[in-house]
Design a protein around this ligand. Structure first.
Ligand SMILES: *Cc1c(COP(=O)(O)O)cnc(C)c1O
Length: 405
């Protein structure tokens, strides 16, 4: 058992009041709060060794470079990548997916080729492929979602063909919490000759990730959903594929040498890291990884699973509440609608009670269309949430229903 009270003390924001009430933060699938160690790492970087990395020979530059590259090692371990060259720092999951679309995609996708995504993707795993398909006259195929919010796997298998060049799927849905069978998906995609990208924005904090065991070709995630800073993410790619890919952004750091006729790209991973990166936030990301490792992902997952179960017990008896997404295999996301009440109105009434939930389409408009709803209200749990907070949500919801219906 983990000591939730002690964990809560490490998150300064949890002490604040919202509208005069203690904050109940249940919007963790959008972004998690930051523990003091992450905040300290940021302050320490700026107050002790702020410098540009890789090029300087002075002490501050060496310290900053070492700290930056230390995070790369920590990420390599977090994802169980084969080598640190396969870990590219980005601004987040969105940039990682776009990087693949703009480089690998431009090089490898042609007229009539097919890209498969699923019906529960975040807009950041839809739009880059729409842009690419429009440019290349390629075709985007969608794996349908059943009424429980699970992928229809038979339909997925029948979409695969020798035209399929890429399968890009989220490991955990941010709007339903569904955990997808990505290992099976990756295996089938490879058998059809396609490569695979896994959107790990939600899964990296909830599941043990082993990119070698999954055998995915790309894996994208964001630090801010793992108790780390915003503006930092990671794109993992298999080394041979990254080496064959053209460069993404041009500029400093990504080159070995430049003349007016020509440039030579840098070695991996720097080839894909043009310009001065988000050094401070990359450095602080390591503190977030250590925070998670210190508690243990399985202990965190067990706590969140218990909260999810408890929340389902508290909310299901409320007769106006209809759950959206009842996948058997699910992470700590509870999405629901209240018949006759707009999610936004619910969100405002809950906020007046200090309760932060997400309302709307959660960057998944096509999925909302699938369920014929404008959006949901979503409560998503993290390691610091408690049963008392779930009780506050249930009570707040009943109050909102009384006011709105
Ligand atoms: C949050 C999220 C993204 C986008 O991540 P950013 O950090 O905003 O780039 C993509 N996919 C899923 C499943 C997400 O939850």
């Amino acid at each position: 058992m983990i000591d939730i009270a002690a964990i809560r003390q490490q998150f300064p924001v949890l002490n604040r009041l919202v509208k005069g009430k203690p904050l109940v933060y249940l919007d963790n699938a959008a972004t998690a709060q930051k523990p003091q160690v992450v905040i300290d790492a940021l302050v320490n970087y700026y107050s002790q060794y702020n410098a540009n990395i890789h090029r300087g020979i002075h002490t501050l530059a060496e310290e900053a470079t070492a700290a930056f590259e230390d995070t790369r090692n920590a990420v390599q371990q977090l994802l169980h990548a084969d080598s640190r060259e396969e870990i590219i720092f980005t601004r987040g999951t969105t940039e990682g997916i776009n990087l693949v679309a703009y480089t690998w995609g431009r090089q490898n996708i042609g007229k009539g080729d097919e890209i498969i995504i699923s019906g529960m993707e975040h807009h950041s795993n839809i739009v880059p492929w729409q842009v690419l398909c429009a440019e290349k006259e390629a075709v985007l195929k969608i794996v349908p979602v059943n009424d429980n919010g699970e992928l229809e796997m038979e339909a997925f298998h029948s979409l695969l063909s020798d035209k399929t060049k890429l399968v890009s799927i989220c490991q955990i849905s941010n709007s339903l919490g569904t955990i997808n069978p990505v290992k099976e998906i990756i295996k089938a995609a490879h058998a059809a000759g396609a490569i695979t990208l896994i959107d790990g924005a939600q899964s990296t904090v909830h599941l043990d990730i082993d990119v070698q065991d999954l055998d995915c070709d790309f894996f994208a995630c964001s630090a801010h959903k793992l108790y780390g800073p915003t503006g930092v993410g990671v794109l993992y790619g298999k080394k041979a594929i990254l080496e064959a890919m053209p460069v993404f952004m041009g500029g400093g750091e990504m080159i070995k040498e430049v003349s007016y006729q020509h440039f030579t790209p840098n070695e991996l991973p720097y080839k894909f890291e043009a310009g001065t990166p988000n050094i401070a936030d990359v450095v602080a990301f390591k503190a977030a990884i250590e925070f998670v490792n210190g508690i243990g992902k399985s202990a965190i997952a067990a706590h969140e699973a218990a909260l999810l179960e408890y929340a389902a017990e508290q909310l299901t008896p409320i007769k106006e509440v209809r759950m959206i997404g009842r996948a058997r295999n699910r992470a700590s996301v509870l999405s629901f609608v209240v018949e006759g009440a707009h999610p936004q109105d619910l969100g405002i009434i809950l906020d007046n009670q200090g309760i932060a939930v997400r309302t709307g389409h959660h960057c998944c408009q096509p999925l909302m269309d699938r369920f014929a709803i404008p959006g949901t209200t979503r409560a998503s749990f993290a390691v610091y949430n408690t049963k008392e907070e779930v009780d506050a949500l249930a009570k707040g919801l009943q109050k909102a229903i009384k006011m709105l219906l």
